[in-house]
Design a protein around this ligand. Structure first.
Ligand code: FES
Length: 125
């Protein structure tokens, strides 16, 4: 479990080395998530159309390591875009990955950029 989690580390925009083409805009449903695989990682990508923003994070929920965050419910709390895990409803900020329920679990987040109709996710390697 530790090993699975250690694959996921937040990537800051300024540190991106590789922009991976995740698909085209139409591959991702509005205000919901989609999942891609990059190397050994599952990454959830959210087309947050209500906010005209895109986000990406690890697909594994750190609570029970279920690969489910892409199927979670998007929303906002105090202006922070968030994802609620469909299993036990822990909610995470899509901006910095913090757990908005106040306990220790945190998720890794990744930069997303849109070029034309294509969606790219930023990685370190
Ligand atoms: S597995 Fe996600 S909240 Fe429990």
């Amino acid at each position: 479990m530790e090993e699975l989690l250690s694959q996921y580390e937040t990537v800051n925009l300024s540190a991106v080395k590789i922009w991976f083409k995740a698909g085209s805009i139409k591959d991702f449903p509005s205000n919901r998530g989609g999942c891609i695989k990059y190397k050994n990682k599952q990454i959830a990508i959210f087309n947050f159309e209500r906010r005209n923003e895109w986000y990406a994070c690890q697909n594994a929920c750190p609570h029970k390591m279920e690969m489910v965050l892409s199927r979670g419910m998007t929303g906002s709390t105090d202006g922070i875009p968030k994802i609620a895990c469909p299993m036990h409803k822990k909610t995470f900020s899509l901006v910095d990955g913090s757990n908005l329920n106040g306990d220790d679990f945190k998720i890794a987040t990744y930069p997303v950029k849109i070029e034309g109709n294509e969606v790219f996710v930023g990685f370190l390697e």
